[in-house]
Design a protein around this ligand. Structure first.
Ligand code: FES
Length: 165
């Protein structure tokens, strides 16, 4: 990839993973790898992005910084402030809403003692509202650690939270 002249906020393992994605696209189309590159950068920074990491991704891909910021600030899967060790995303779209997501959201906020968009004081859980996760027939759905928890009830949600380390 491009020589990174300044000190990069991207670790060597992150750069190696990004290289694998860049290799999937034509040589002059590195910008196409910006979404996975930001995911990788976020993974190697404990689940969130900083301005300097976003800039490093742009530099590494050889694209304008604004192009990386546009993506990082548009999609809700990118975190622009630190998150907890477990990020719970409750779907609030129509099917989940009809199947009790509002009540489940109230329950989760009460159980965790935080509002949506916040992290528990012990840094354990960040609670988010997300758009349709594509698992509508099993509504309501929570996404956490690349896994879906479907047909979730307050009782099942309690068990899920109590099982988190
Ligand atoms: S509406 Fe919740 S998964 Fe589609």
């Amino acid at each position: 990839m491009n020589d990174v002249k300044e000190k990069s906020a991207l670790s060597q393992p992150a750069r190696e993973e990004i290289d694998k994605w860049v290799a999937k696209y034509p040589e002059d189309k590195a910008q196409s790898a910006v979404i996975p590159a930001l995911h990788i950068a976020q993974k190697y920074n404990q689940g969130s992005l900083t301005d300097s990491i976003i800039e490093s991704v742009a530099d590494y891909l050889g694209i304008p910084k604004i192009a990386a910021f546009e993506v990082a600030t548009f999609y809700s899967m990118y975190e622009l402030k630190p998150v907890g060790r477990h990020k719970m995303g409750l779907c609030k779209s129509i099917s989940c809403m009809l199947m009790g997501a509002d009540e489940l959201g109230d329950h989760l906020q009460k159980k965790l003692g935080i509002k949506f968009g916040e992290t528990t004081p012990d840094g354990k859980v960040t609670l988010k509202e997300v758009e349709c996760l594509g698992a509508c027939r099993h509504a309501p759905v929570v996404h956490m650690h690349n896994r879906y928890y479907e047909s979730l009830t307050p009782e099942k949600a309690d068990e899920l939270i109590e099982g988190l380390e």
